[in-house]
Design a binder for this molecule. Structure first.
Ligand code: NCD
Length: 309
């Protein structure tokens, strides 16, 4: 039986969630998925709750997804993006946030380039904090929507083979996926060029492979990640063209496998680099279902955190 409350006041990382928390978020998201497919998509659950979306780093789908989730729960929403704010004038993070909180904000959704920034906030202010991606560290809501979408595609994840392809070193989606999938009992493997696999990977208890074909044969689901060029200050591989040739996933490769693999990608996709268009847009791909599920997952998290206030 799933306990009906989260064990935590914040969602800072999958590392800090229990298996019960994850299952509770999934059960709640299933209900909200039904709500957002109704003609009237709005429920009053977060009326009188004010949520601030603080985005110190670029984002399209995560920011819109959170904003939609908040609005469908009838929350009051304020948006902040660093590029157009006083951060550019030299204000500290804590000053910026304290100013926003003086306006009586109950929950903060935060994306920040520095790992640990949401945890820092959680130690200093009273609002519920949700990490929407902190540098190369964690992206818990993405991992939850990924695991939720995998469950829809292949059923219970216990014992399932999930492979994560690409830039494991710089991707917060990779780390959060590893934590989440392991908690749910899946077998996890990472696959990419050796330079993009972190040295500490063995401590995480995942398999490592440098062979894309063999990993595709092994897995039930392939979660394909973008090369995080904006986080790479040195060259990790000779060229994008070479990367695409050795590590890219294309239709001919998929069609030559013995079984059909479910293809996922958190976006933004670099078409023709890690994945070709005919794969991204194929029936094997559940990329747009991931986006749809993102709203339901974020509604579930906001709802469950509000219940703890
Ligand atoms: C990811 C992110 O920002 O970490 N995207 C997302 O949230 N949908 C992945 C990425 O940027 O490659």
């Amino acid at each position: 039986m799933t306990k009906s409350q989260l064990s935590t006041k914040h969602v800072l990382g999958i590392k800090y969630l229990t298996v019960n928390d994850i299952n509770l978020i999934f059960e709640t998201a299933e209900n909200f998925k039904e709500v957002i497919n109704r003609p009237i998509k709005k429920v009053p659950s977060l009326r009188d709750v004010t949520v601030a979306n603080l985005f110190f780093e670029n984002s399209t789908r995560t920011r819109i997804s959170f904003e939609l989730a908040e609005k469908r729960l009838s929350a009051d929403v304020v948006n902040f993006s660093a590029s157009s704010s006083s951060v550019k004038k030299g204000e500290t993070l804590l000053d910026t946030v304290n100013n926003i909180l003086s306006m009586k904000v109950d929950m903060v959704v935060m994306r920040h380039p520095a790992p640990g920034a949401p945890a820092f906030l959680a130690n200093h202010i009273d609002a519920n904090i949700i990490n929407a991606g902190d540098g190369t560290h964690e992206h818990p809501t993405q991992a939850l929507l990924d695991a939720f979408s995998m469950r829809e595609a292949v059923g219970n994840l216990k014992g399932k083979h999930i492979a994560i392809f690409g830039d494991i070193l710089h991707s917060r989606v990779a780390l959060s996926n590893i934590f989440c999938l392991q908690k749910l009992g899946a077998k996890v493997r990472v696959c990419g060029p050796p330079t993009l696999i972190p040295k500490y990977i063995n401590e995480l208890g995942v398999e490592v492979s440098y062979d894309v074909r063999e990993s595709l044969e092994w897995c039930d689901v392939a979660n394909v990640l973008r090369i995080q060029l904006e986080r790479q200050d040195i060259k990790y591989f000779p060229s994008l063209r070479e990367y695409a040739q050795y590590f890219g996933i294309n239709k001919a490769l998929l069609d030559s496998l013995n079984s059909e693999v479910v293809i996922m990608h958190p976006g933004p996709i670099n078409r023709g680099v890690e994945i070709t268009s005919d794969v991204a847009d194929s029936d094997q791909s559940i990329i747009l279902q991931q986006v749809e599920n993102g709203v339901a997952i974020r509604m579930a998290i906001l709802f469950l955190l509000a219940a703890k206030r």
